[in-house]
Write a protein that binds this ligand. Structure first.
Ligand SMILES: NC(=O)c1ccc[n+]([C@@H]2O[C@H](COP(=O)([O-])OP(=O)(O)OC[C@H]3O[C@@H](n4cnc5c(N)ncnc54)[C@H](OP(=O)(O)O)[C@@H]3O)[C@@H](O)[C@H]2O)c1
Length: 351
């Protein structure tokens, strides 16, 4: 059994990690960490988890190294940065869900994470953990930084164009729409029910740090592949799930049939990315509702001849494929298990 610790156990991503790990056949939850909920049981914090695990939330010290093989950090980025420094080289694997170690380019990191002082010695050792794209690097990774929820959808949507077809993307404009759970449990006025219910809130109309992260990762092998990548983000009224629409302009010649084939080929053997035709079901896909509770990312690619653009749509559950599910998937690969272990649940619909 792989002994797993979850720090941020009271939070939204932490709660989903507990849900998934307690159903995992080869993982055992041995530590729960936090700061303001010390002494609380998971059942007190998460109404859906009436589990008797014999664990309560505890402060994180280096002594937890004796209790765990892997620690999931579901904590704010500045906290993850401190805890990673404490636990690196003491615990066999640290999987960080925050943005603390996602961006490799120092200037970009400092621009988007000004409160997280970059520690080069640690930052350069983290593997950016999109399992479908870097799987072999995860097998012996001691430090894994997971992409953000939007970034996972955008990256999985664009990778077949850049890494598969080798296209140069002159301009990419991303429109992202996310439910309220994407922001965690911090209390902010726009997220209060009277304002969030029914909203289509343009909370980040120009610039989003997840766009920076996508460009930083996709251009690692071939700088200059993406001319510009910009994003506008909207909060919508549902709780879980997000949809990204990437509008791609390229001078390279493409057609619908070639694009569809390329996407299917690129994700062959990767069960968590479902390449879907827009009208293949009665309800058009990808639809965040059709992936809720699952580790799937549904991706659709369309060539819009009128606008001479490629439209890439991607939907996922931000707390599963965008956070806890992807974390478990990465840890499975790290510990030599089939990547789908403990993650084969089908989506719930209607939500
Ligand atoms: N929400 C999403 O959809 C999503 C998706 C992908 C990635 N993420 C990332 O995952 C991380 C957690 O997000 P979330 O939405 O779950 O946030 P959240 O619901 O606000 O939970 C934050 C957690 O961090 C813990 N924490 C805060 N300060 C701490 C400290 N000094 N020491 C130990 N624990 C501390 C809190 O524990 P106490 O309550 O005990 O203080 C709480 O459990 C963030 O970095 C976020 O960017 C979130």
């Amino acid at each position: 059994m792989i002994r797993a610790g979850v720090v941020g156990a009271s939070g939204l991503a932490g709660g989903d990690l507990i849900r998934l790990i307690t159903q995992h056949p080869d993982m055992e939850l041995t530590f729960l960490g936090g700061s303001s909920n010390i002494g609380r049981r998971p059942a007190e914090l998460h109404p859906n988890l009436r589990l008797d695990l014999g664990l309560t939330v505890q402060p994180v010290t280096e002594e937890i190294a004796d209790q765990v093989d892997v620690v999931f950090l579901a904590t704010p980025a500045p906290v993850s940065a401190e805890l990673a420094a404490l636990l690196a080289d003491r615990v066999p694997a640290v999987v960080d869900l925050s943005g603390a170690f996602r961006i490799r380019t120092p200037e970009l990191h400092d621009r988007w994470y000004p409160k997280v002082k970059r520690r080069t010695d640690l930052a350069d050792r983290f593997v950016y953990g999109v399992p479908e794209l870097v799987g072999d690097q995860l097998t012996d990774a001691a430090l894994i930084s997971l992409p953000g929820c939007y970034a996972t959808a955008i990256t999985l949507g664009l990778a077949p164009l850049t890494l598969g077809l080798g296209l140069d993307l002159k301009t990419v404009v991303v429109d992202g729409k996310s439910g309220s759970s994407g922001g965690g449990l911090q209390l902010r006025t726009p997220d209060l029910h009277p304002f969030r219910s029914g909203a289509i809130a343009p909370y980040s109309p120009t610039g989003h740090r997840h766009a920076a992260e996508v460009g930083d990762f996709l251009e690692r092998g071939k700088p200059g592949t993406i001319g510009s990548l910009t994003m506008s983000a909207y909060g919508v009224s549902h709780v879980r799930g997000l949809l990204t629409s990437s509008y791609v302009f390229t001078d390279d010649a493409v057609d619908q049939r070639e694009l569809q084939r390329a996407y299917v080929r690129f994700y062959k053997g990767h069960r968590f990315v479902r390449v879907r035709r827009h009208a293949e079901t009665l309800i058009p896909v990808p639809d965040p509702q059709a992936v809720l509770g699952s580790n799937y990312c549904d991706v659709t690619v369309l060539h819009d001849e009128d606008g001479d653009r490629i439209v890439v749509l991607a939907a996922l559950d931000n707390l599963v494929k965008g956070a806890a599910g992807q974390a478990v998937q990465a840890a499975n690969i790290r510990f030599g298990l089939p990547e789908e272990t403990g993650l084969t649940m089908q989506p719930v619909m209607p939500a």
